[in-house]
Design a protein around this ligand. Structure first.
Ligand code: URA
Length: 431
């Protein structure tokens, strides 16, 4: 079928065959279908949707556009992986990796960079002096074999069609389309070879998915794709209505991840890290259940083996694991509560944008990041504060940006007399 006929069929609400989707996507990857036809097809998908079979065919075609990695065969182990749909203050993989590795489960992960108000794991890791995120596939496998842990940038050879398609979607208002998000995420996870995957779908104003309902639909589509590919998938729906943990900003988040691995992290972040780590271990080839997984993750933190795994990992990728080596911002300024009351709201999106404006993120792919800057939220939703108490701490490059961020941070807080509705970091688990 010619691309114009395929577009017409989708526009009119017809279902494509797997072969039609495969031909179309692979031709696009080979530059034989122009961007404008792919963009229009994506928009037709926005209005007419894709069936489960079509979404799987799209995912499979994207995987077939490049190489695949069989980490499990290289290690002779069942490989587990995790992915987050992205949020503010999300440094989960940096704490989960060492805990899982300390429990004897190999963890080799390909991560992305941040864009807009959400941070990326690679940017956070690059705040560690010397840390290399660009390993070859051979170096990546060798490191996971040797020390049980590696987190690297997505290989250009894996799912090149997604790279091209995502860049196109980004500029054609076709990012927030559920089956396209599901296939984009799952194609990368499936191509990297994990047999069991824990997906952290963020819900709230700082996330892609604003409501639990939307998040649940995305989760179900990703689980379906995993099952069609013969993989086990567990989906956590987690709160992104406020930043995760306290720190937002690259080096600040590394400090917080290290504190958490050492048993001294913020409550919400610690809970998510323990839960995700336990589930990964329970899905691994250790043959243990979730309760035993939880015991082992807590033990790895308590006995220092998780921190030892962190140190080994960072050194293996060329970095200096001591927190004293992390960059420090020259200006640190407190944001004080203008009145006494309860934190009714702490907007994740507003806080993410405040950190972005400080230089912690990039507006365009070519912007450079200031790894030292960001915000530490001392008060979170539901906390009672006195007038003049420090709500947050700004880490800035200069006084001018600190002052601008102070205004932005203050507007992210709503302090009133009402108790906000309580909910845990973990909103739901879908299997
Ligand atoms: N993350 C991805 O990798 N792809 C999307 O489409 C959206 C979020």
């Amino acid at each position: 079928m010619r691309p114009a006929e395929l577009i017409e069929a989708k526009r009119d609400g017809h279902e494509h065959s797997a072969a039609e989707i495969t031909d179309f996507v692979l031709a696009y990857a080979r530059d034989e279908v122009p961007d404008y036809q792919m963009a229009v097809w994506c928009m037709a998908v926005y209005f007419k949707g894709l069936t489960g079979a079509e979404t799987f065919a799209l995912t499979d075609a994207m995987i077939r556009s490049g190489d695949t990695l069989n980490l499990g065969a290289a290690l002779g182990r069942r490989v587990v992986d995790k992915h987050s749909t992205g949020g503010v203050g999300d440094k989960t993989s940096i704490a989960v990796g060492p805990i899982v590795a300390a429990c004897g489960v190999p963890f080799g992960k390909m991560s992305g960079r941040g864009l807009g108000h959400t941070g990326g794991t690679l940017d956070k890791l690059e705040s560690i002096p010397g840390f290399r995120v660009e390993l070859t596939i051979e170096e990546f496998i060798a490191q996971v074999k040797k020390i049980g842990l590696a987190i690297v940038g997505q290989s250009a050879d894996l799912v090149p069609a997604d790279k091209k398609l995502y860049a196109l979607r980004d500029v054609t208002a076709t990012v927030d389309i559920m089956p396209l998000i599901a296939s984009s995420i799952m194609s990368k996870k499936l191509a990297a070879g994990a047999e069991a995957i824990v997906l952290d779908v963020k819900v709230g104003d700082g996330a892609f998915m604003k409501t639990r309902e939307e998040a649940r639909i995305l989760a179900e589509q990703m689980i379906d794709l995993g099952h069609r590919a013969g993989r086990e998938v567990v989906c956590l729906l987690t709160d992104m209505d406020q930043p995760l943990g306290a720190a937002v900003g690259n080096a600040l988040e590394i400090r917080e991840a290290v504190a958490t691995i050492r048993g001294d992290g913020p409550k919400d972040f610690t809970e998510l890290v323990l839960d995700a780590s336990s589930r990964l271990i329970a899905l691994s080839d250790l043959g243990i259940d979730l309760a035993e997984g939880r015991c082992r993750t807590e033990q790895a933190i308590a006995d220092g083996s998780a921190f030892a795994a962190y140190e080994r990992w960072v050194r293996a990728q060329g970095g200096d694991p001591s927190v004293e080596a992390l960059p420090v911002a020259p200006v640190v300024r407190q944001v004080l509560a203008p009145r006494a009351g309860t934190v009714e709201r702490l907007g994740a999106l507003a806080m993410g944008i405040a950190a972005l404006e400080l230089g912690a993120g990039r507006r365009t792919k070519t912007d450079t990041i200031d790894h030292a800057v960001g915000v530490v939220c001392h008060a979170k939703r539901g906390d009672h504060v006195a007038a003049g108490q420090a709500l947050a701490e700004i880490h800035a490059a200069d006084d001018r940006s600190a002052a601008a961020a102070a205004d932005a941070v203050l507007t992210a807080y709503k302090i009133g007399d009402n108790e906000p509705r309580k909910h845990d970091i973990l909103l739901d688990v879908i299997t």
